[in-house]
Design a protein around this ligand. Structure first.
Ligand code: COA
Length: 415
């Protein structure tokens, strides 16, 4: 079966996490992704957080599936010529260098357009235009500058970053959408364009409900679904909401059987209004269904602490999976706190290709996260990440270089 992006060639100048996430997705959708790396070193993540000496790290392998790797020294004049040949041949150049690095290499937007007016140039940067546009940025900087950290954690503690890589992988996703949109527009205009996804913007986009809450707070002075209500204090900015549910249906994380020894024996429990009577029956508080102090969502808001404490008395008598099974019977929304170990071993995730086992010539078998976006006419096959420069000769031959020319360029240190 063909793939959605068959025929699209990506010149992949990305490194670390944000850019590679984007190009990996495009590769999974069928694009030919040619990753350009520096000979001898390559993407810095190849050697970061290694678990096996001298073998590409899981950090690298899990972000660079289905790509080809070529080594080119883009600061070498002959290397630049190879890169120019690639720019002629490719549809999209994706990069996440520090601001200005591509220009310093001599590949300004104007120069790229001269070489290939159809080329789309897509960039991840830490910040958009403004006071911080020249800054280098990593994941947690973006989480802090995009509003996530100030709104994550508990009221009496410091800001907290989340394990979900919303700054890097989140921005990579945003960039991928920008690229396919630009490719679509190109079918009408025939022209390339620049696509920018700034990490601060990506994180803020994912935190948009907190900007909603900022304006609610400014208008009303309180937010009744936050744990600060009714006894705590609201300040000028959206506070950290602990584990409170982001929407209009109050929720909290509750202990389950075994919590004393298992750090993940917890369940997320949502007191959704339409199933309130069922919740009361399950936890043995039938009288709450009709008691005016508990019967309506508005009456419950100032009593959420007490209500969750009562529900927890019930959840603590069940394992998180037993609780989930019982609650699901009554359509009560809830979710077990799954550890990475449990996720890695979950058969249903293996079946859907969300967790995939991949074989690598140097490291052997390892697990990765497959394509979370499933297309019925463009199934994803996860292929191992390339070794450094594994496809240099192959790609150079496709560009029309003879074996002698390739060997001369290698001797000159250009590839
Ligand atoms: N041949 C020759 N030189 C190459 C090369 C190649 N194939 N590939 C990269 N380089 C050079 C670049 O030209 C640049 O040189 P310069 O600084 O002299 O212009 C240099 O290598 C590396 O660039 P840089 O991006 O500054 O790397 P860094 O390791 O110092 O910074 C980041 C890393 C992530 C902080 C930075 O790239 C960044 O802020 N990126 C944008 C935001 C981002 O994506 N952050 C998240 C990363 S997960």
């Amino acid at each position: 079966m063909g793939k959605a992006l068959d025929g699209v060639r990506i010149l992949d100048f990305t490194h670390v996490q944000s850019g590679p996430t984007c190009t990996q997705l495009l590769a999974w959708f069928g694009a030919d992704v040619i990753k350009v790396e520096r000979a001898g070193a390559g993407d810095i993540t190849r050697e970061q957080l290694r678990d096996i000496p001298d073998v590409d790290s899981l950090y690298f392998t899990m972000l660079n599936h289905n790509k080809r790797s070529v080594t080119i020294d883009t600061k070498n004049p002959e290397g630049k010529q190879v890169l120019e040949a690639l720019i002629h041949q490719c549809d999209v150049l994706v990069e996440n260098f520090a601001p200005g690095a591509l220009d310093r290499m001599g590949f300004t937007w104007e120069r790229i357009q001269e070489l290939n007016p159809r080329m789309i140039v897509a960039s991840v940067k830490g910040f958009g235009p403004g006071p911080y546009e020249d800054c280098k940025v990593y994941e947690n900087v973006a989480q802090c500058a995009g509003g996530a950290a100030s709104t994550t954690g508990f009221d009496d503690g410091p800001p907290v970053v989340t394990g979900a890589q919303i700054g890097d992988s989140g921005t990579g996703l945003h960039l991928a959408l920008g690229i396919v949109t630009a490719l679509y527009q190109r079918t009408q205009t025939g022209r390339g364009q620049r696509v920018l996804a700034a990490m601060q913007d990506g994180v803020l986009n994912l935190c948009r409900v907190k900007l909603r809450d900022q304006q609610r707070l400014e208008r009303t002075g309180e937010m009744k679904e936050y744990p600060q209500y009714p006894n705590g204090q609201f300040g000028e900015a959206v506070p950290r909401a602990g584990n409170a549910s982001g929407g209009g249906q109050p929720g909290w994380i509750l202990k389950c059987k075994g919590w004393e020894t298992d750090p993940n024996a917890y369940i997320y429990f949502i007191t959704q209004a339409p199933v309130w009577t069922k919740i009361c029956n399950v936890i043995g508080k039938e009288e709450w269904a009709t008691d005016p102090d508990y019967a309506t969502p508005a009456a419950r808001l100032p009593r959420l602490k007490e209500i969750f404490a009562e529900i927890e008395r019930w959840t603590m008598t069940k394992s998180k999976f037993e609780a989930m099974q019982i609650l699901n019977k009554y359509d009560i929304p809830c979710g077990p706190i799954l550890s990475m170990k449990e996720i890695a071993e979950e058969p249903s995730l293996r079946k859907t290709g969300t967790i995939v086992e991949v074989d690598h010539p140097k490291r052997g078998k390892y697990l990765t996260v497959g394509n979370p976006i499933k297309l019925s006419d463009s199934p994803t096959e996860v292929k191992r990440s390339p070794l450094l420069g594994e496809h240099t000769d192959e790609v150079m031959a496709e560009l029309g270089y003879s074996p002698e020319q390739i060997s001369a360029l290698r001797t000159a240190g250009a590839i």
